[in-house]
Every structure is written in C-alpha cells, then in structure tokens.
Design a protein around this ligand. Sequence first.
Ligand code: MRU
Length: 346
Amino acid sequence: MKVGDNYYVTVWADGQTVYMIDQTKLPYHFEIYQAENYLQTCEAIKNMVVRGAGAIGAAAGYAMAQACMEAPKTNYERFISRARQDIEATRPTAQNLFFATKEVYETGSRSAHKALEKARSLAEENIDEGRKIGAYGNTFIKDGSNIETHCNAGWLAFVDHGSALAPIYQAKREGKNIFVYADETRPRGQGARLTAWELKNEHIPHAIIADNAGAWLMAQGKIDMIIVGADRIAANGDVANKIGTLEKAVAAYHYGIPFYVTAPVSTIDFACKNGREIVIEERAKEEVLFQEGPNAQGDWHKISVSSPGSEALNPAFDVTPAQYISAIITEKGVVDPTPSQIQNLK
Ligand code: MRU
C-alpha cells in the first residue's frame, strides 16, 4: 500500500537482511526495522515490531531463510533445525508462522540458496491472497454498509492488502459508500493505532470505538456486518483471533448481524480438530497495566493505567466457535465454517 507517495510492503528481504515496518512505532513514527540475522528477526516477531498472522508468517519464512544462510557448512542440519525451534517459539498461536517456517525449512534442508527464494515466493503469495480475499469479501459489502472490525487485519497484518480490511479497500475503490467502526483492541491498541491509521490513509470514513461499545452499537442497529481476520482456523471451523473477537461474535449472533472471518488457506490448521486444541498465547501483564505513546511534545512515554500492585492477565487471543461465524472468506472462495467445506480447501 502507499504511505505518502511510496509503495510499501510490511516485510521484505535483501540478501541476509530482513526489513520490516516497525509497527510498535506506528502511527506516530514511520520507521523501518532492520534484522541482520535470524535471531534479530525472532526478536522483532516476539516484540511485535512485525505482527498480524500473515506478516508474522512472512517474517518467519525470512527468518528461516536467514538461518539457512547463516548456518555453518559443518553443522548445517543441526543449526537450521535449532533455528526452526527458535522461530516457532516466538509466537504460538499464528498458524502462518508454523506454515512458513516449515515450508522454508524443508526447502532450506535441500539448498540454503533456495531458502530465500522460497521465503520470497511465500511473501508474494501472501500479497496475492490478500487481493483475492478482497475481491471475494467485497461481494458481501453493500453500498451504505456500516462495518465493524476488530484488531488490525489490514495490510500491516499481511505483506500487503490484508484480510479483513482487503474487502473494505475494494469496496471503497468501487465507490461504495461505507463506514468502519474500528474496535480499539486493548491492550496493544491495534485497532486504535493501526487500523485507524490504515483507514485514514485510504480516506475511508471511520470511528475508533472502545472495545466494550460494539454490542451497544449492534443493539441500536448501527452495524450491518462484522469482518475480522484469523490467526488460526481449526478443521471444524472454530477460529482463533485477537482477544475480544469472541464477544463480538456472540453479540452479532444475538442481533442477527453477519459475522465474516477472512483468512488465507495457510491460516487453516487442518491437523487441529477444534478450537480447544489451539494454543493461546499469554503475553506480559505489563501490556495491560501500562500504555505507551507520545505526549503532546512528541516524547515517548510509558504510563500506568491501573492500580499499582495489582496483577493482570493477558491472553492475546480467543476462540470463536464455528456456530457464530456466517462464512469464512479465503483466496480460494467463500466457505461455511463446517468440517467438510473446510476440508475442500486443502
Ligand atoms: O497480536 P497480533 O497483533 O499479531 O494479532 C494478530 C492480529 O492482528 C489479529 O488477531 C488479526 O485479526 C488476524 S491477523 C490477519
């Protein structure tokens, strides 16, 4: 997507170096983070310099390729298999991380040189998948639609285009009159910071809403549809996505509002029978207890937003049971969240 006059993707590589738009600094500063080796790329994934299932997958693929290029000839197999474990330990829920790491590892075990090519082709596929999801998803958006979305599943969460926001971009390009409610998405604020920034750049009318405002807006008839992304989809159609997705889905079901999940097929974990098997990442309690950002002068600050001394819990994702999902929109088409239709995507 364009930032100012320049076209960017979220993550790319040049030789051994991996470049990422630093999402911890957005929307206040636009900076590129440079990782010179696979461990630095792992740190960037852990610290959410790069985040969002698709972008994490691409970064993980590049990290695996970096490891293949770094590995000593004498100890090659051992080095890359250790690196694979390091990469897979960065964030446990996003299926794309495991998918890309495995693909690049398998190529890299045959040829270190081909590993980078593989990582690059996965990143390119990710762009194409976002474009197709946009086209399929757009068919559900009517002129005049008010759409709620949770977290950030825009181009920043992919290599480009995004999943949940891709149909919204497409609808806007076709001249549809739309309005987006972006859930702020505590504790990291991906909706308030990243989704809002993306929508503003694309001139899409929107409002940031508090995480607990969705049900009330639904009750008032202000929301026509909900579109979210996914971090892992089980074979039965249960969907892990950013914490807070489940309560939106339950409320939408109650009010008869369609709830769409968008994701590439690489987000489906065909070996995972149902949502109970999905590992939910627990992140640091500091993310709940403190917030970070610039003050009026632009100096970066971390401030307490809770009673000092209290504990906090920080599950990063939740699982929405298939029964609450109207459809899953993928690059291969739209399916019902049922085992048979999901199996057909394989
Ligand atoms: O913790 P994050 O920001 O990496 O979370 C991932 C997400 O952005 C969302 O859960 C999103 O809806 C799916 S990613 C395309």
